[in-house]
Design a protein around this ligand. Structure first.
Ligand code: FAD
Ligand code: NAD
Length: 462
């Protein structure tokens, strides 16, 4: 077996790993990236991108299937028809295009890449098993970026009609009935999309309400919209098993019921990928099931680093990318540390939810007295002209110096406001900075401006 030597060996080519490889290459470091599947990882192939494509298709179809909303703006159309196989082919073409793009970016950065499974030997070497044979790779720095995989429920083993998000995104027909177990990110994003595409959706959530990770004020508009779409919510319930086209569930009192389901999507969280590739040969300190890292993504072993989902929450692609970029820069000799304060989280439900930084409750706990300002989209001209004025933007700041600590929003298209919110926190903006920034009219971003004005006690349009 021939040896390949390099400065950095990166195991896993998802957003964390491939971005680390690109930045390392750009900085002139000799990097080798080993990826078992396809470059781009979960996010590109079975996560962020395909799910957002299906959500867009579902929104487009639904918009044409709402005659009352169309009639209000003077449009009448015959009922739309859906060729879902075409939708899926379109989604796959986007993924393929982006995947080719990642390959080109790696080449352009002069990062060497190997398609194969890496088995770790020790902190300085691994073996890549590919179609063409085995290769030993010796490195100075090892970066673990192996990501995560869906949690399994013993009562609902994946296979047949019981699907993970990967299976749900690979369907070529819209199921007539779909049961979704777990009302988190995946359950609510995909459950809503399939309801818009025509499935009768039932969501089973163990906790008393949907999207328990967000505060209830933010999730109420999503729950209302789900009800409008005919999604049946069974919160505080447990899924017991699936047989003969029905999901058996028990409510909080233990009362059992049967939910008709052609398919069942199980989306109850993800666990880090830490088994089956020799990780146990390293003397790593773990944090529960995750690899423990410090604010530089350094593990407990010298020159062994870990980035992305394998290190824990929040399991978001942009966090993985930012960490991958940082680790490459640290190895190149730059002084960097990761600041978690301004990581945006976006839930692509209907309406969308964005949070960055601290909620009012967390801000009060950390900083004592705070100021908050909230502005509803029903007072925002642009939201009205887009026929969707549900939701609001809320800003949270310290009372003493007005430094912005958090921003939360719920509303149609608010995902595109997330970078303005993050920038404000990243730059250490005060309420006055947001209030004195001229926001274009008419845009939904004016709600951010108005929320800051309101927190300062000087609202203009409310
Ligand atoms: P991954 O993307 O999981 O990549 C890890 C890679 O390592 C994989 O390609 C795997 O094949 C490879 N690998 C593992 N072991 C080995 C080995 N031994 N040898 C070689 N290769 C190996 N996040 C967002 O920010 N926004 C979204 O809208 C969003 N939507 C999502 C929708 C769905 C349905 C899902 C499932 C996830 C979504 N996420 C989203 C989360 C996002 O996909 C992850 O946070 C992100 O992919 C994590 O990146 P990563 O590099 O840590 O790991
Ligand atoms: P999640 O943690 O968002 O939600 C899981 C839900 O399942 C929770 O509400 C939980 O209470 C519930 N649950 C747990 N066990 C259950 C059981 N036995 N029966 C019923 N309900 C149960 O997890 P997810 O939706 O699987 O998503 C996984 C991760 O992927 C997310 O944490 C997120 O990091 C990432 N993701 C992000 C996005 C995005 O950024 N827009 C989209 C999709 C996924």
């Amino acid at each position: 077996m021939s040896d390949l030597t390099c400065k950095i060996l990166i195991v896993g080519g998802g957003p964390g790993g491939y971005v680390a490889a690109i930045r390392a290459g750009e900085l002139g470091l000799d990097a080798v990236l080993v990826e078992d599947g396809r470059f781009g990882g979960t996010c590109l192939h079975v996560g962020c991108i395909p799910s957002k494509a299906i959500i867009h298709a579902a929104d487009s179809f639904r918009a044409l299937a709402e005659p009352a909303a169309l009639a209000a703006i003077g449009v009448t159309l015959p009922p739309p028809k859906l060729d879902y196989a075409k939708t899926v082919a379109w989604k796959d073409a986007i993924v393929a295009r982006l995947s080719t793009g990642v390959g080109r970016l790696l080449e352009r950065a002069h990062a060497r890449s190997i398609r194969g499974r890496a088995t770790i030997v020790d902190g300085k070497s691994a073996i890549a098993h590919s179609d063409t044979g085995e290769q030993r790779i010796v490195c100075e720095h090892l970066v673990i970026a192996t990501g995560s995989e869906p949690f399994k429920l013993a009562a609902l083993p994946f296979g047949g009609d019981i699907l993970s998000s990967t299976g749900a995104l690979a369907l070529t027909q819209v199921p007539k009935t779909l049961a979704v177990v777990g009302a988190g990110y995946i359950g609510m994003e995909l459950g809503t999309a399939f309801a818009k595409l025509g499935a009768k959706v039932t969501v089973v959530e163990a906790l008393p309400r949907i999207l328990p990770l967000y505060d209830e004020e933010l999730t109420q508009p999503v729950a209302r919209r789900a009800a409008d779409l005919g999604i049946e919510m069974r919160c505080g319930a447990r899924a017991l098993g699936f047989a003969d086209g029905a999901l058996r569930v028990a409510d909080s009192e233990g009362e059992e019921a049967s939910v008709p389901a052609d398919k069942v999507l199980v989306a109850v969280g993800r666990r880090p990928r830490t088994e089956g590739f020799g990780l146990e040969r390293l003397d790593l300190t773990m944090a529960g099931p995750f690899i423990r890292v410090d604010d530089r993504c350094a593990t407990s072993m010298r020159n062994v680093w870990a980035v992305g989902d394998v290190t824990g929450e929040p399991m978001l692609a942009h966090r993985a990318m930012a960490e991958g970029e940082m680790v490459a820069e640290i190895i190149a000799g730059k002084r960097r540390a990761f600041d978690h304060r301004a990581i945006p989280a976006v839930c692509f439900t209907d309406p969308e939810i964005v949070t960055v930084g601290l909620t009012p409750e967390a801000a009060r706990a950390a900083h004592g007295e705070i100021l908050t300002g909230s502005f509803p989209f029903r007072a925002n001209g642009r939201a009205m002209t887009k026929q969707d004025d549900e939701g609001f933007v809320r800003i949270v700041a310290r009372k003493d110096n007005h430094v912005v600590l958090g921003v939360q929003a719920v509303g149609a298209g608010v995902s595109e406001l997330s970078s303005a919110f993050s920038l404000a926190i990243e730059m250490g903006a005060r309420l006055e900075d947001v209030a004195l920034t001229i926001h274009a009219h008419p845009t939904q971003s004016e709600a951010f401006h108005e929320a800051a004005l309101k927190a300062l006690g000087m609202p203009l349009h409310f």
